[in-house]
Write a protein that binds this ligand. Structure first.
Ligand code: ADP
Ligand code: MG
Length: 626
């Protein structure tokens, strides 16, 4: 075929494909236009999943009758005029393509009455053929109706999913805009039924209830400026004030889930940059990274993050759909989001409330013997090999047992019972964690304490794991992980592949305290282990740990953990005291004291909670006092 110029209507349909992929893309463009027009109310109606009808009604500033025709012309826009304007985009639209594209692949009727105009006007464009403007009765604002989307493009129709799926895409999209614009009232009607509604009262938390439900919304915590009290927020916004030395710095707001609330996918991460809903790996990583060691692998947070930055620092003109952006200072943005998120989750650290069902004590038990707690499942107690080794250790091995906690043969080495341990009865902490007065130990696994507003239970293994991890990470950052020479170096038999992995990681292992060297053809010799582990692991379990550490793939580690952090979490788990160890009152108090010093005290390295609370009001309910 010779080269030939495509007919304009074919070229227009091809170009339209970049902007209009499915009904939800039309909804997106029309909603963006409504928001750009300053609407305070946006109503979306869908029929047949949007293929039969998409109608968007807004109360924005409208379009003057004599400009109506231009609105359908490709690259005609009221939002930018010069190339310089492209550098500072403050509107959602700016390419002047949407109405032209949609009307190339559907029949579009636009009725609008500009603010202050005496009457409205109407114009229809059908598959690219634009009719003429006629007068129409209308309220101030704009109504765009799109019918028969893709009916002339069977190739595109074929790729669409069921109508219910397409409706779902449009609704998900609308939810995003509702979260980005809590001050706008959104309504969605599908097949004649209202399916989504927000009040437009300006409160993001209320939108979160509408989108994710009350149970999720209750587990969200404000981040960045949203987290500030209202008067400080005002100051922070005022660019000229002394409290904002760098007006270029990205400002972060929104809500993120506490570590107790998570989802199995990343679909619950929403990002808005200057009010634009965007997809960004950078921002996703920043948020997920903030949860590292707080969420188990495969679990993802819920987050709604609003980023405000000088439009000059942003390129939104990357793709016609405008959901991809480029940051000029990517690292700065990453750091700002990561820090704000981390601070918010650590701040939100109130202990998860115990479901009172757990505590429903039948009357006969309350007067009898205390109920025996079930064996903890995930508490690290499930390491029979270690436990067996611990109890089998001979007294002369005691010199090696310098880790915290109990040692073999009933001997107790420093660890918790520090001379300066908090006095009996005095509450511990109160600065970060609630002040706790330790009452005792339950089932050799939990420390029970009284707090200002209820009863707290601390999982001794989870808590100690967190303490050890933070200590080791600090040492590792300072390149000062304490290693303990083994009196008798341990030979580790390794399969060839295992040995290869261990040899590849020799340096990394050394940095976290393991001294290993080749020993014959098949074995490695362990000469030193991290001091926290000394005496805790020997023989087979030491071999297992080292193989696991060396075999861990840094990329597979979740939430942006490095290999070292992942490895240290593993080591901390092995080093921490186990469930099943009884602790003296001094040790119990010392454990709580150290826990308060941990920056992420509310969960262990794997994201399990370290403490739970039974509030006084829950107790009163249980005892029918109110
Ligand atoms: P863009 O949004 O990129 O400017 P569009 O094709 O989406 O391009 O819209 C073209 C123009 O039509 C806009 O610049 C705006 O002036 C006008 N317009 C479209 N929709 C609305 C609306 N709902 N309210 C007011 N003006 C609108
Ligand atoms: Mg637009």
């Amino acid at each position: 075929m010779p080269i030939q110029q495509l007919a304009p209507e074919i070229a227009a349909k091809i170009a339209a494909g970049e902007v209009v992929e499915r009904p939800a893309s039309v909804v997106k463009e029309l909603v963006e236009n409504a928001l750009d027009a300053g609407a305070t109310s946006v109503r979306v109606e869908l029929e047949g999943g949007g293929l039969d009808l998409i109608r968007v009604v807004d109360d924005g500033r409208g379009i003057a009758a004599d400009e109506l025709e231009l609105a359908f012309v490709r690259h005609a826009t009221s939002k930018i005029a010069t190339l310089d304007d492209l550098e500072r985009i403050r509107t959602l639209g700016f390419r002047g393509e949407a109405l032209a594209s949609v009307s190339a692949v559907a029949r579009v009727t636009l009725i609008s009455r500009a603010r202050g105009a005496a009457a409205g006007a109407q114009l229809t464009a059908d598959e690219g053929r634009v009719g003429s403007v006629v007068a129409a009765g209308a309220r101030e604002g704009t109504v765009v109706s799109v019918r028969g989307l893709f009916s002339s493009l069977p190739a595109r129709l074929k790729f669409l999913k069921t109508r219910a799926t397409e409706t779902g895409h449009s609704l998900r999209l609308l939810e995003q805009y509702a979260m980005a614009y809590p001050g706008v009232r959104f309504t969605a009607v599908s097949e004649g039924r209202e399916v989504f509604h927000t009040s437009g009262d300006g409160k993001l938390l209320n939108v979160l209830v509408a989108v994710y439900g009350l149970s999720v919304a209750e587990q969200m915590t404000p981040i960045g400026e949203t987290a500030l009290p209202a008067d400080e927020r005002e100051v922070a916004r005022d660019d000229g004030s002394e409290t904002t030395p760098d007006p270029d710095r990205p400002r972060v707001g929104g809500y993120v889930s506490k570590p107790t609330c998570y989802k199995a996918t990343r679909q619950y991460l929403s990002f808005f940059v200057n009010g634009r809903w965007v997809q960004s790996r950078t921002l996703s990583y920043a948020v997920e990274e903030a949860y590292h060691s707080l969420l188990l692998a495969g679990r993802h947070p819920v987050a709604v993050v609003n980023l405000t930055l000088d439009p000059w620092l942003l390129d939104v003109n990357v793709h016609p759909a405008k959901t991809e952006i480029k940051f000029l200072r990517e690292r700065q943005v990453y750091a700002a989001v990561q820090r704000a998120t981390r601070a918010a989750i650590l701040d939100s650290a109130s202990a998860p409330e115990v479901s009172t069902r757990v505590f429903s004590i039948p009357a006969w038990e309350a007067v009898g013997a205390p109920p025996v707690a079930p064996a903890p499942e995930e508490s690290g107690a499930a390491l029979p090999a270690d436990a067996a080794e611990a109890s089998a250790a001979s007294p002369d091995a005691a010199s090696l047992w310098t880790g915290q906690g109990r040692i073999a043969a009933g001997e107790r080495v420093s660890g918790f019972a520090a001379p300066g341990a908090p006095a009996e009865d005095a509450p511990i902490g109160g600065a970060r964690m609630p002040a706790l007065r330790v009452l005792g130990q339950v089932s050799q696994a939990y420390i029970i304490a009284e707090g200002p507003d209820g009863v707290y239970m601390v999982d001794q293994h989870a808590a100690h794991e967190r303490i050890v991890l933070e200590k080791m990470i600090a040492e590792w950052r300072a390149q000062a992980v304490a290693a303990q020479l083994l009196l008798e170096p341990t030979a580790l038999e390794l399969a060839p592949a295992e040995r290869e992995q261990v040899e590849e990681h020799l340096d990394a292992l050394r940095r976290i305290g393991f001294e290993l060297e080749p020993f014959g053809d098949e074995a490695m010799l362990a000469r030193a282990v991290p001091a926290t582990l000394a005496g805790k692991l020997r023989g087979q379990s030491l071999r297992e740990l080292i193989v696991a550490l060396a075999g861990a793939d840094a990329d597979a580690a979740s939430h942006g953990e490095t290999w070292e952090e992942h490895a240290l979490a593993n080591v901390a788990c092995k080093a921490a005291i186990k469930a099943g160890q009884s602790l003296t009152p001094d040790e119990q108090r010392e454990l709580i004291r150290q826990l308060e010093g941990a920056s992420a005290y509310q969960s262990c390295c794997h994201g399990r909670p370290t403490l739970v609370k039974l509030s006084l009001s829950a107790l009163e309910r249980e005892f029918d006092r109110r």
